[in-house]
Design a protein around this ligand. Structure first.
Ligand code: GLA
Length: 387
């Protein structure tokens, strides 16, 4: 891969002098969805698939971007003095956002760069292609300028750029998972305190299978911000009757005790998801530690039901994938992953059932939705690296 990408870089930008190759992973979240901006827990892991980047520093302040995934766009030019989000700039808004964010954090990027990207995760499908690009860009800048930022800070800068430059009010989960990934481990992160621990994932006789709906998120970003503000309103209503800082401070019992303070039935459901999902995540990690993978799977299934009925972020494509997966013998658990509104599901599938899974789910999906889903048997990988 390294050699191929260098060669491509040479073709596009003339030569490869001074170019280096980098990689940052995508991520899949196993459980703990829409909890990260509610002070709850998440349990994602980095993948061995993600985004590759070939980069070199320039002498001037020009930026030249090229993506192997969007070849038809050709080379997109910009410069360090006009770093602002532009609709027509497409994917380049992500690296630009990080260049801007470094400056905001007091780390001046003085020179332009040539940057070629290639991603082997599907774009905009809930596997954090954007966080992967953000962490990748951050690790390139760190290497180019010797900035002393650790991976956790790279995650925060990535989130900052996404919030402030790209206008998506995302939580910290995606960038954290991409930056802090560790092979064969998921990350149990308390987003209220940023305390985290690695939990080994040994799926004896089973694998993680990602099913991609091929439904792009579309309106997802605005819906995402809408869910976020519904939760903020519900929190403010609850704070009138109970002393909490976030929805993650409540357990199921206390939520039921105080929920009448929320003056709208839809908001009650949104908050209920945030509270119950957080508790489910804590229980799921405990089950995993006790080697009770069946219980982990049941909690994954319950997570999907809550995202479907209370949080309403699934849609027919994700529901079809999950409901069909539940029918396949040998499926331990299955749920949507990421923001929702399209994108991917994650399933734990016994080795012996993987073929049947792809066949049965794939066929039913095509029949019902009218276009095909894609399947990826994935492995859990490390954070960003220089290749
Ligand atoms: C997106 C956001 C994350 C998180 C998930 C939902 O991936 O970027 O911060 O909120 O949705 O769990």
């Amino acid at each position: 891969m390294r050699e191929q990408l260098l060669q491509k870089f040479g073709e596009i930008f003339g030569d490869t002098d001074g170019a280096k190759v980098y990689f940052a992973p995508g991520r899949v979240n196993l459980i703990g969805e829409h909890t990260d901006y509610n002070g709850g827990h998440v349990f994602p892991c980095a993948l061995t698939i993600g985004t590759y980047g070939v980069a070199r520093k320039r002498q001037d302040r020009k930026l030249r971007f090229y993506s192997v995934n969007f070849e038809r766009l050709g080379v997109i030019e910009s410069d360090l003095d006009s770093l602002k989000p532009e609709k027509e700039a497409g994917w380049t808004n992500y690296p630009k956002g990080v260049l801007w964010a470094f400056g905001e954090k007091g780390m001046q990027v003085t020179n332009g760069m040539d940057l070629l990207l290639f991603g082997n995760i599907p774009n905009g499908s809930g596997l954090s292609s954007s966080a992967s690009v953000e962490v990748l860009t951050g690790s390139i800048l760190r290497d180019m300028y010797g900035f002393s930022v650790d991976n956790q800070q790279l995650a925060l800068i990535g989130q900052y750029s996404e919030n402030r430059f790209n206008g998506v009010n995302c939580g910290i989960m995606d960038q954290f998972a991409c930056a802090m990934g560790r092979a064969d481990n998921a990350i149990f992160l308390d987003t209220a305190t940023m305390v985290f621990e690695y939990a080994p994932i040994h799926l004896e006789g089973a694998k993680l299978v990602i099913s991609c709906s091929n439904k792009k998120r579309g309106l997802g970003d605005s819906k995402y911000n809408e869910r976020r503000s519904e939760c903020e309103t519900a929190l403010a209503e609850l704070q009138k009757v109970v002393d909490i800082r976030t929805l993650g401070d409540l357990d199921e019992e206390r939520f039921e005790e105080y929920k009448d303070a929320i003056k709208d039935a839809v908001r009650v459901r949104r908050a209920r998801h945030a509270v119950y999902e957080n508790q489910r995540t804590v229980k799921a990690v405990a089950a995993l530690k006790a080697n009770d993978i069946a219980e982990f799977g049941r909690l994954m299934n319950a997570s999907h039901v809550s995202l479907r009925d209370d949080y309403e972020v699934t849609g027919i494509e994700l529901d079809t994938l999950v409901e069909q997966a539940w029918k396949v013998e040998g499926v331990i658990g299955s749920r949507m992953t990421g923001a929702g509104f399209g994108g991917c599901t994650v399933s734990i599938v016994k080795d012996s059932a993987i073929e049947a899974f792809q066949e049965q789910v794939g066929k039913a999906y095509l029949e019902k939705i009218g276009y095909a889903a894609d399947f990826y048997v994935v492995e859990i990988g490390d954070g960003p690296v220089i290749l």
